[in-house]
Design a protein around this ligand. Sequence first.
Ligand code: NAP
Length: 348
Amino acid sequence: MTLRVGVIGTGAIGREHVRRMTQVLKGAEVVAVTDVNAAQAREVVDAFKLQAVIYENGQELIRAQDVDAVMVTSWGATHEEFVLASIAAGKPVFCEKPLAVTAEGCKAIVEAESAFGKRLVQVGYMRRYDRGYRAVKEALVNGTIGEPLILNCAHRNVSVPDFYTRDMSIVDTFIHELDVHRWLLDDDYVSVQVVQPRKSRLAGSHLQDPLLVYMETAKGVRINGEIFVNCKYGYDIQCQVVGEMGIVSLPEPMSVTMRSEAKLSTGLLTDWKERFIEAYDIELQDWIDSTLRGEMNGPSAWDGYAAAIASDACLEARDSGAIVRISMPERPSFYRHPSEDKAASGIS
Ligand code: NAP
């Protein structure tokens, strides 16, 4: 069976996902695309030799009879509208992060999906599919380092484009950490403080770069985070968990070690597409396979909502300079994984 996918937004990541569904993965065919820039949609159709209809807009694409599932890769501000329309049409939808640009928007999606009565939404938090993060998670679940106590992390980009706003370092960049740490620690956030160290002269004048984010979880784990989006030297994602009996760290991406000209050196990546290329492949293959089975297993609308609540609190903490409390509503049973229900009832 083939999953017939309609893609809304054929920019950087939309094009990448079309490439992987067309050239790398199995079980999906891109049958429809749309972009506010029609020429760009046409270019993607031609580049990947797609037999796809180019629609005027996302709403028409979602309504198309032959679109089984929707992929939303347009600008963040448009996600909420397209995810809600997909739920209304009863179609599975993969939405790139953020699920919506506000927690209120995510809540509306959670409510619509719960009312529909079946999970339809997966959010593009691909780090959960990265082998390195999975190995860290496995060590934590196995108890190899005991209970986690401290998590140190950094998200560093070489530079960011001119349109990158002050808020984007949190709502677009650190949002990945907000999701993946909650998943790694199996915990929720209770407070955040954002501290602004000396500003880099190499960052745009409208940006505060770097930023330090200090969070606390319900179980008392302290998270020390750094966001530095004009670090100049590479795309560098760091994560280290200090536990009662040891430390587990995210492995570095594979790279040869060079001995040359009296130096010992190792290359660093500069592009997010390369850093997580395998994770994106695994993520989308899992989405295709589970959607074809009539399931939805990946990061949920609830996870998108939780990340948005935390990112709203980070913005408030940055602007106020205060420690901001984060109160996460209780997760509805609708968003529990079947294995958790079995564990709760004692069934193995
Ligand atoms: P991008 O290159 O600007 O692409 C977005 C595309 O969507 C553009 O072609 C844009 O058209 C189009 N678009 C905007 N509004 C639309 C609408 N109403 N209907 C149809 N198309 C519309 O941005 P990107 O880097 O691909 O990012 C897209 C989304 O993916 C963002 O939410 C971003 O946060 C997310 N993302 C996630 C990851 C990840 O690691 N998971 C990585 C990168 C991006 P015009 O530019 O022509 O206006």
